[in-house]
Design a protein. Sequence first.
Length: 58
Amino acid sequence: MDTTNKKPSKETIDAWHKDPTNWKLGIFYFNREDKRIFPPKRIAMLGWTINFANPFSF
């Protein structure tokens, strides 16, 4: 079974978002495992950020 296109669970997405190693300088989101280009920002109500690890972000 090919798991590369499997959608991550909500728990996995939450864990990625809370992991400080995925946030460079505290504001730039960089996670190669997360295929989303626009994950939510760390502080709610401040909009969205870009996943700079996504090749479509440039």
